[in-house]
Design a protein around this ligand. Structure first.
Ligand code: 5AD
Ligand code: SF4
Length: 444
């Protein structure tokens, strides 16, 4: 059904779900709306609501439909009107026009087309169909407005999409093929972000370490960003083991601004499951790779992603994952129950694992990961390190920041948000640290 004509919205709200890249996209959509003269509002008050959706796990699509219903109900209750609703992100890409038919939303916009949002809003206001799920990545980035003020830790998307086709994953279908943004565009955006207040940049990409521009790889880009004065820290996420070049490993030894942290998902410790997942690395090649990383940067904090209950996973396969965890000693990690994604090869595989089995394995896996995280935190006790202050803490005078190893650190300090302070770690809890500032040492 074609939506009835509406007035152009004057206020907006963007709600993002899922990965950091979605958070980045959500911020950019908000900036687009600000540049159009719209003002931000709560979802219950906004004339335009953008739901920036995630499709990677769980019943994402159903959740979006129930969210739409709830948001409409809230708005009607509050001001008696219907907001204009835009569905963005990976569910928009996967479902397309189906969402308009089923939920009568005004706008559907895919992750590579959201630079067209202003035009789509105008179309929807005229009562025209407003659907764009095209995939020209470069056009999108070229068309986005520059940022005004940003927090000290900012995200910068440098690469999108994935060609790896892990058999459980929907990303290659929703985000499309691997595309790298151009060198100059990234360097310009990085400088603009630092001018706007960023002190730490996290380079984002579904396969960020596959980034390239001609002969130049991610480590060349990091070396270039290292030259930006005012920028204190560089991180990147998420990486694939097969794209972890020696150049990038060496950068962890050679570039001081590159933080000692590596998120390198392995998913499983069983070669049989890795093969069925089409991961194209083995348990052993992954472990050998980490040995080289640790040789380059001995204090590096390692992080990963795990899936339990992939079709056909036996107790023995699962134990291989537990033993890999024991061998690596992760500083932190994310773990998920396998979720069949429509259209992916694994969704049609025999021997799907029972939900109770998955729950039980996830609990055991998380117990091992929590144990290792607590041990990693305990090893930082007594160390001196820099902390980048990100926000106020709950107690008077308390601030919260991050260590180089991405741990949250609480401290009492006069330092302001965006300051880097030298801290002695005085207490290590399983999920965070507390520190004492070395007065008056501010790190430049
Ligand atoms: N089921 C469960 N976890 C998944 N991931 C990706 N697809 C699925 C799925 N179908 C996890 C992987 C990936 C992270 C971003 O999400 O661990 O690394
Ligand atoms: Fe998905 Fe695998 Fe690509 Fe990661 S590497 S985005 S898990 S297909």
């Amino acid at each position: 059904m074609k939506p009835a004509p509406q007035k152009l919205p004057r206020t907006f709200a963007v709600k993002s779900f899922g990965c950091q890249m979605n958070m980045y996209d959500g911020d950019r959509m908000a900036e687009l709306m600000l540049a159009q003269g719209l003002t931000p509002a709560d979802t219950a008050d906004a004339d335009l609501i953008v739901l920036n959706t995630c499709h990677i796990r769980e019943k994402a699509t159903e959740k979006v439909y129930s969210d739409i219903g709830r948001l409409r109900k809230d708005a009607r209750k509050k001001h008696g009107g219907d907001p204009m609703i835009a569905i963005a992100g990976c569910v928009a890409q996967a479902e397309g026009a189906e969402i308009v038919t089923r939920a009568n939303v005004d706008i559907v916009v895919g992750p590579q087309a959201y630079h067209n949002l202003p035009e789509l809003v105008a179309k929807a206001a005229r009562g025209e169909s407003a659907l764009d799920t095209g995939m020209p990545v470069e056009t999108k980035f070229g068309a986005l407005p520059s940022r005004r003020r940003v927090p000290p830790c900012a995200f910068l998307t440098v690469q999108e999409g994935c060609d790896k086709f892990c058999t459980y994953c929907v990303v290659p279908y929703t985000r499309g093929a691997e595309v790298s943004r151009g060198w100059q565009q990234i360097v310009d955006e990085a400088k603009a972000l630092v001018d706007a207040g960023a002190r730490e940049l996290t380079l984002l990409g579904q396969n960020v370490n596959a980034w390239s521009d001609g002969p130049r790889g991610l480590h060349h880009l990091i070396a270039e960003l290292d030259k930006i004065s005012g920028l204190a820290r560089i991180r990147y996420t998420t990486s694939h083991p097969n794209d972890m070049t020696q150049g990038l490993i060496d950068a962890h030894r050679d570039i001081e601004k590159l933080m000692p942290f590596l998120h390198l998902p392995v998913q499983s410790g069983s070669d049989r499951i890795l093969k069925a997942m089409n991961r194209s690395h083995s348990r052993d090649s992954y472990l050998r790779l980490l040995e080289r990383v640790v040789a380059a940067r001995p204090d590096i904090a390692l992080s990963g992603d795990f899936i339990v209950g992939f079709p056909g996973e036996t107790e023995a396969d699962f134990r291989d994952t537990l033993s890999l965890i024991d061998e690596v000693g992760y500083a932190q990690a994310f773990s998920f129950k396998y979720s069949p994604r429509p259209g992916t090869p694994a969704a049609g595989m025999d021997d799907q694992i029972a939900p109770e089995e998955m729950d039980e394995r996830l609990q055991r896996l998380q117990a091992a990961l929590n144990r290792d995280q607590a041990a990693f935190n305990a090893r930082t006790l007594g160390r001196r390190c820099s902390v980048l202050i990100e926000r106020k803490g709950k107690l008077p005078g308390q601030m919260l920041g991050k260590s180089p190893w991405l741990q949250s650190v609480h401290l009492l300090t006069d330092a302001a948000i965006g300051d880097l302070v030298a801290v002695d770690i005085a207490r290590a809890d399983p999920n965070s640290l507390s520190g004492v500032q070395r007065i008056p040492e501010l790190v430049s």
